[in-house]
Design a protein around this ligand. Structure first.
Ligand code: T3D
Length: 261
């Protein structure tokens, strides 16, 4: 385990903090490996029912550590890290069966922004900014942003952000669709995200997994297949203790409590 990734557990919520504040939480190989391993472990951990991603200090994450990248450029295959690190991280995050909330305090740049776009919810404040820094250093986009960014802001705005590096900040980020929740004070970003995650951690975890999977699949398949996927999902959810208990509690006019199973 590396100090550059902090892992904090509270009830069913696990908060993962990129912890390289002096480098604005730029991603080194060590940090990428630790992050990917944590995501894989949390994916299979039934005690984790929601995840918060955040960054220490004044940034969320500014993507690839360019100091390390300079060294990689001098030796071997400089861009192998996309296949080796960024793609597995993006795939694991996209397939995460639990809700993921990004607490985007400060700057999210390059692959750091891409990671935030892979979350299910984004919370930010006046100091939040998203910059697709790739073209600024002569690169294209990675970590799934070619799919997730246009999904959030539309093709035209995504093109502008990727090609011109247009920074989208604060309330404007909310209007553009990059932030689901905007808070007036940057200090409230993380607590607000954790409160949302705590609410999600008390929800029907199995149903959430199917909602995520079906929403994602439905973008690429015809309606007939979507209907079949929905039917399979409902059949599975219909067998959960959460569903049976919820219906019984509703009929008995009692509070509904979800245990995530
Ligand atoms: O093979 C591959 O790896 C390809 C994969 C690529 C994925 C990517 O993510 S590419 C995009 C990489 N990220 C960037 O290009 C962003 C670079 N950073 C910036 O443009 C600026 O730092 C910001 C606009 C984000 C913030 O500017 P500002 O003025 O608020 O802060 P600063 O002074 O530039 O940075 C503060 C410190 O963080 C500074 O260190 P120092 O001088 O105090 O020791 C700076 O060097 C460091 N820092 C910022 N970004 C990075 C970084 N260190 C390493 N890597 C960084 N990406």
């Amino acid at each position: 385990m590396t100090d550059s990734l902090l892992v904090d557990r509270a009830e069913g919520v696990v908060t993962l903090t990129f912890n390289r504040p002096d480098a604005l939480n730029a991603l080194t190989d060590d940090l990428k490996v630790a992050f990917r391993d944590q995501l894989a472990a949390l994916s299979a951990d039934p005690t984790c029912r929601a995840i918060v991603l955040t960054g220490a200090g004044r940034a969320f994450c500014v993507g690839q550590d360019l100091r390390e990248h300079v060294e990689n450029l001098k030796s071997g295959d400089p861009l192998a890290t996309v296949r080796e690190h960024y793609n597995p991280i993006a795939a694991t995050l996209a397939a995460m069966p639990k809700p993921v909330v990004a607490a985007v305090r400060g700057t999210a740049a390059g692959a750091g922004a891409s990671l935030a776009f892979l979350a299910d919810f984004r919370v930010g404040g006046p100091g939040t900014s998203f910059t697709m820094a790739f073209a600024g250093i002569g690169l294209s986009s990675d970590t799934g942003a070619s799919l997730t960014l246009p999904r959030l802001v539309g093709h035209a705005k995504a093109t502008e952000m990727l090609m011109l590096g247009t920074k989208v900040k604060g309330e404007e980020a909310q209007r553009a669709g990059l932030l689901g929740t905007f808070v007036e004070n940057d200090d409230d970003v993380l607590p607000t995200a954790q409160k949302l995650a705590a609410r999600l951690a008390e929800g029907p975890t199995v149903a959430y997994a199917y909602i995520k999977r079906t929403l994602s699949a439905a973008e690429h398949i015809p309606l007939s297949e979507t209907l079949e996927l929905e039917a399979e999902a409902q059949a599975r959810c219909g067998q959960t203790a959460d569903h049976c208990g919820a219906v019984e509690a509703f009929v008995a006019k009692e509070p509904i409590v979800f245990e995530g199973r």
